[in-house]
Design a protein around this ligand. Structure first.
Ligand code: TYM
Length: 337
């Protein structure tokens, strides 16, 4: 079987970008015949970006409830919390020892922090932890420990998956003795919605505060967020542009090709922006609304979520342990099982 794996960092409330970029394609992949899936809550990664324990705890619940409400079937998918699988940080160390520092110097997240410091005239390393610096190695461990071939993600994660491939190839070269100990993963990015824009047209992201919540706050929160989408000053009756317009890209992510064509025609024909926003809300709500009741039920039962995650962790560890034993042996450590 082919293995599909993806994770979400538990630092915020799931937004439309997470849904369209990762959750929706991952769940669709998990339903394909012959696929084994691993979806997880990246709470070790959360520690890098967030020093608020209560926020991480809340986010973990929200993301867990979101996956289940969006249709994750725990019979088909191994669904777990990263921090419940100690084999992941252990593999992360084995990988750290074969990863060049120069390679990590090129990671986008680290470089962005460095560039921001330089632009602000500060010490280039100010506030940069080893966690941020090594972030791609922990992510490589997430992926390689389960032999994942396919990793559905948004475009912003592609570099990390390429780094995981490089690390795996190097590990195989050094320790494989002709065998492929680690599987080389491949990013899977939905071409049409590789990067969903946020309210201001930049990438939808927790760090830009431009997100549209998927379930939280109900349809009112969705409507309020959509009302904040930036448009131009063309009035009702005037033809509207549809290229590179955040509102249209958001609509596309929830529409069939025929609906997309209709929406464009209406905008070219002078549809008011206010009316266009109402159509966008209706379009998103048609897909998301039916899942929201289930989300609310799950959020009200933290013990049930906890039980699901612990059962998932037990399955994940049973799968991870034999590979880790092989890797320990390959590098010259005792092969604990
Ligand atoms: P995170 O938590 O930032 O985002 C989770 C997923 O949502 C996608 N995404 C988007 N897709 C399209 N448009 C957007 N505006 C948008 N915003 C977010 C992301 O690309 C991602 O797929 N490092 C990862 C979590 C992670 C992981 C992994 C992923 C840890 N280990 C192993 C895959 C495999 C992250 O911080 O994603």
């Amino acid at each position: 079987p082919t293995r599909v794996l993806t994770g979400i960092t538990t630092t915020g409330t799931p937004h439309l970008g997470n849904y369209v970029g990762a959750i929706r394609p991952a769940i669709a992949a998990s339903r394909e015949p012959g696929v084994e899936s691993f979806f997880f809550l990246a709470d070790y990664h959360a520690l890098i970006k967030c020093e608020d324990p209560a926020r991480i705890e809340r986010s973990r619940r929200e993301i867990a409830a979101t996956w289940l409400a969006a249709g994750l079937d725990t019979e088909r998918v191994v669904f777990y919390r990263q921090s419940d699988v100690p084999e992941i940080p252990e593999l992360s160390w084995l990988l750290t020892c074969v990863t060049g520092k120069g390679q990590m110097n090129r990671a986008h997240a680290y470089k962005a922090a460095l560039d921001a410091n330089v632009a602000a005239g500060e010490d280039p390393d100010a506030g940069i932890t080893m966690g941020l610096y090594s972030y791609p190695i922990l992510m490589a461990a997430d992926i390689l420990l389960f032999g994942a071939e396919r990793v559905p993600v948004g475009r912003d994660q592609v570099q990390h998956i390429e780094m995981a491939r490089d690390v795996a190839a190097r590990f195989n070269h050094l320790f494989g003795a002709g065998r492929d100990l680690l599987v080389l993963p491949q990013a899977e990015v939905e071409a049409e919605v590789a990067t969903l824009p946020g309210l201001d047209g930049r990438k939808m992201s927790k760090s830009y505060d431009n997100t549209v919540p998927l379930f939280e706050g109900g349809p009112e929160a969705l409507r309020a967020a959509v009302a904040r989408i930036v448009t131009d000053s063309r009035g009702p009756g005037e033809p509207k542009p549809t290229e590179d317009v955040a509102l249209v890209t958001l609509f596309d992510a929830f529409a069939t090709p025929a609906e997309r064509a209709d929406f464009r025609a209406a905008l070219h024909g002078g549809l008011a922006w206010g009316e266009a926003k109402a159509r966008l809300v209706a379009q998103i709500e048609a897909q998301v609304g039916p899942m929201r009741a289930r989300y609310a039920e799950l959020m009200a039962r933290p013990e049930a979520l906890e039980a699901v995650l612990q059962a998932g962790a037990a399955k994940a560890r049973a799968i991870a342990a034999p590979l880790l034993a092989t890797l320990r042996q390959a590098v010259g450590l005792r092969a604990m099982v």
